[in-house]
Write a protein that binds this ligand. Structure first.
Ligand SMILES: Cc1cc2nc3c(=O)[nH]c(=O)nc-3n(C[C@H](O)[C@H](O)[C@H](O)COP(=O)(O)OP(=O)(O)OC[C@H]3O[C@@H](n4cnc5c(N)ncnc54)[C@H](O)[C@@H]3O)c2cc1C
Length: 441
């Protein structure tokens, strides 16, 4: 048996000791008989979840990165079958030269297919095409009794719906088939528009969601008063076949060299950064042909940037608020954050579309989603989060489990009314720190 080892999530504020159970092939059985009944397991992809949803303290981890084989790719239809530990980055390396792109991608390409399914991740095109799960045509699920279920939207459909966004709790996904979308080249016709306040953001979102496949905004979370909610609106479409000659692009990344003794994110650096970033372009509107890497994955340019928050790590707070009331809720959230002096370089606001959720616990709903990173300041930060929770709950919103490490059980159960229906599909020997916390009575 392997020794326990430390597993971390992306925020680095929470970690746990777990014993890895390695599967050397997707055809292997789960190597335990669960004899004592008290130990549980949880799949672990690439640890890009921020809090405790990918952690199972004192239990087994089922690491999947070694399940990284492609099984089949049809360049005529764009259907790709692969093992669950394949990274989205590897998919793009294989399929983009053949004219196919991921139908949905989150803001980092360093996540596994299994992790993307288990969080039913969303991207900048949610308003057009929904979430990752809407483009999964088939998956195989290995349960703790070593049974295997082939699930599709029509076969074992209930288990399929529970597993999309099912937080790794319904069993181990061993392989999946994804429908990719055709593209002509790796370029995007992109535009950045500066906006002066929150009202202007919602106008731009309504106008852009019609004509642009990808939309998202960066918000200056330090601004107040008439400037509250000002920011930069990014929108784009895949470039057409005959687009103007694109600029040269060389993929580069640096690694954040060390973990500083203290977080480099403080009120001073935050205000300065937000001022400079808001004014980074002279004109109100800048159009460009942009390579897909900086367009979709700006943060991947600095590997291990999560170290910048120091040894105590950081939390992300991501909520979604139903459309009616979203302006008022986001305004109250931003006012509260700005007045606290806490907040992040990265504050993202997007309008999600009306497409019905793919899974029982899928996060996106029609409305506005706001995400911010916060250095871990212990009790002071928790008090801010409690104020934000009150606003989210008042407007009928919910928090994103993939980004969460502390939401109270009541907020989860209010935000995800189908959680008890979902519980019927739990694998009896799978669990997580997140699940135990949000289902405690
Ligand atoms: C910089 C950055 C940007 C991000 N941007 C976005 C974004 O735009 N949109 C968005 O939705 N998310 C975003 N995320 C979150 C990230 O996409 C998700 O947390 C993703 O699920 C992480 O995948 P992972 O492979 O690292 O899985 P992990 O974090 O290791 O695990 C995630 C969950 O998947 C389960 N799991 C993993 N593999 C399997 C498997 N084979 N079978 C069953 N369950 C499995 C785990 O048990 C866990 O519950 C971002 C994260 C980062 C760090």
């Amino acid at each position: 048996m392997a020794q326990s080892q430390r597993y971390r999530s992306w925020g680095r504020a929470i970690h746990s000791m777990q014993q890895p159970l390695w599967l050397h092939s997707r055809h292997d059985s789960l190597p335990t008989d669960w004899a004592d009944g008290s130990t549980t397991a949880l799949p672990y992809g690439n640890g890009r979840s921020y809090g405790d949803s990918c952690l199972n303290p004192n239990g087994y981890a089922l690491p999947t990165r070694q399940l990284n084989h492609f099984i089949d790719f049809n360049p005529q239809t764009g259907l790709l079958s692969c093992e669950a530990g394949v990274l989205l980055d590897a998919i793009l390396q294989l399929t983009l030269p053949q004219g196919w792109f991921l139908s949905v991608t989150p803001g980092t390409r360093f996540v596994t297919v299994g992790g993307a399914i288990a969080n039913d991740v969303h991207g900048k095109n949610h308003h057009k095409v929904g979430s990752f799960g809407h483009h999964v045509t088939e998956l195989e699920l290995l349960r703790s009794d070593n049974s295997r279920s082939l699930c599709t939207p029509t076969h074992q459909a209930a288990l399929f719906r529970a597993t999309l966004g099912g937080l790794g709790l319904t069993g181990l996904i061993t392989r999946a088939t994804l429908q990719l979308r055709p593209v002509h080249n790796p370029w995007l016709a992109a535009e950045t528009v500066r906006f002066s306040d929150l009202g202007h953001f919602f106008e731009l979102a309504a106008e852009s969601d019609r004509d642009y496949e990808y939309t998202v905004a960066w918000i200056d979370c330090a601004s107040q008063g008439k400037r509250l909610g000002r920011g930069l609106f990014m929108r784009g479409n895949h470039a057409p076949a005959q687009s103007a000659a694109p600029p040269c692009y060389r993929s580069r990344s640096a690694t954040f060299p060390l973990t500083p003794p203290l977080s480099l994110v403080n009120q001073l650096s935050l205000t300065l950064f937000n001022q400079l970033y808001y004014h980074k372009q002279w004109s109100e509107r800048v159009a460009m042909v942009q390579h897909y890497e900086p367009f979709f994955y700006p943060l991947d340019g600095i590997l291990e940037w999560n170290r910048l928050y120091g040894p105590k790590g950081f939390y992300q707070y991501q909520c979604v608020i139903p459309m009616q009331g979203s302006y008022e809720a986001v305004r109250e959230l931003l006012q509260t954050i700005s007045a606290s002096g806490m907040g992040s370089f990265l504050a993202v606001l997007k309008v999600c579309g009306e497409i019905a959720p793919a899974g029982l616990l899928s996060f996106p709903l029609a409305g506005a989603t706001l995400a911010l990173d916060f250095p871990n300041r212990g009790a002071a930060l928790e008090r801010l989060f409690e104020r934000l929770d009150t606003i989210v709950s008042h407007y009928g919103g919910r928090l994103y489990p993939a980004k969460d490490g502390r939401m109270p059980a009541a907020l989860f159960q209010q935000g995800y009314p189908e959680w008890q229906l979902f519980s019927q599909w739990l694998d009896p020997h799978f669990s997580s720190a997140f699940w135990r916390r949000v289902t405690e009575r």
